[in-house]
Design a protein around this ligand. Sequence first.
Ligand code: PMP
Length: 478
Amino acid sequence: MPTHRYPDSNVFYRRLARDYPRVVRASGCWLEDADGRRYLDACGGAFVANVGHGVSEIGDAMAEQARRVAYVNGTAFTHDAVESLAVELAALCPGDLDKVYPLSSGSEAVEAALKLARQYWVEVGRPGKHRVIALAPAYHGNTLLALSASARAHYTACYGEWLVDVERIPAPYAYRCACGGVPPLCPACSGAALEQAILRLGPETVAAFIAEPVGGSSTGASVPPAGYFARVRELCDRYEVLFVADEVLTGAGRTGTWSALEPAGVVPDVMTLGKGISGGYAPLSALVAPARIVDALVPRGGLLHAQTFSHHPVACAAGVATLRHLRAHRLVERCATMGAVLHERLQALRALPHVGDVRGCGLLAGVEFVDDQETRAPFPRAVGFAEAFTAAALDAGLVVWPNVGHADGTNGDLVMLAPPFVISDAEVDEIVGRFTDALYKVRLSALGARLSATAAPTPGSRLPAPGSPHVDAGAAGL
Ligand code: PMP
């Protein structure tokens, strides 16, 4: 068996300092590697495998599309797959959001959505409106405009000079904000911070406010207080700012409703989707906007953004088949039901050492680890707790999604759970059991490592040496 590790393979891996198991098959919530080891995919890859792995009808739809028309360019032609995808998504999106621009990744959708917001103001004769306001912590992608909108110190360290200036306001992040998410609400949770930022910058300069309706990995599935997005909507209307809802992670049912904004009854001006809309069967994302905004682009001919693989037939066919599968099997409803089961069972984790908080909604959960449960003090970053936990979980056959830095920009460790919507009761128990085992294992090794800050990892242990580059690069937190 060849080693799947840099530089022994020709692959330029995402992580250059670890061995990769080679996955050879996947079904439902499970992955299997070439050695026959099975992994419970408790985060759907990267919040992607909503319908579960191995749905052959989606593969069949893609193959059929590839046989018929694999590619035409979106500037010259349209095709059945994109027309159907647009109809499906328009029916699912709220209010007047019914014009669908498909792309490949979430970053591209965010990039295009912010460009749309900016171009809109130029086209309607308000070129002074160019500023973007975003939350911190937040994540919107890794291309340079999307990264500019993301508050991610470990990604931006190298590229700071290339990023555009995005105004940041504190995210409604109950576990770490001043009010704890309960009235009287602090400015972050009430929306007052947004109004202050708009007034500080001058409404005549602000093009858009972008936010995740429920926090993704950046705030570990923090759910803003009721009323937050109604206030956002009201402020955006009052000051003529476009509200971009980034539902790349939360959309397609992940939080138990088609979009995470749905329960708030708020319609954004632009919505971005990705990940779950094609369930991982093809790279597919989309921005969805109303005609009242898109109409403004008509005189110039369209959105000033172009990508070879936008409106891609095979990707769109994957999206159509995925959305139909979600509907036919009532999987969004199942996500709500199984989400309640997941959150009820996850409460047991609160009794474990270093579990500071467990939160989320639907089949999206964040477990935040702390050094001290009383004070909520995070581990020093050099301990690499989230990375060590993730490695221990993988050893226990459980795939989770780590994230770091949310406590203060540098420190903070959490992991996310986002299993496929087909998860069973027994598999939920399996998640909790494997999670608990991994936590006890990592607790011993992480604390041991902290005591000997210069020690190399012990043979067989995957805990990175404290302070090693692996610690900082380990938890990507997409
Ligand atoms: N927006 C949000 C809310 C995300 O969670 C992500 C990825 N996790 C992105 C944008 C970027 O998506 P992608 O990685 O597909 O570019």
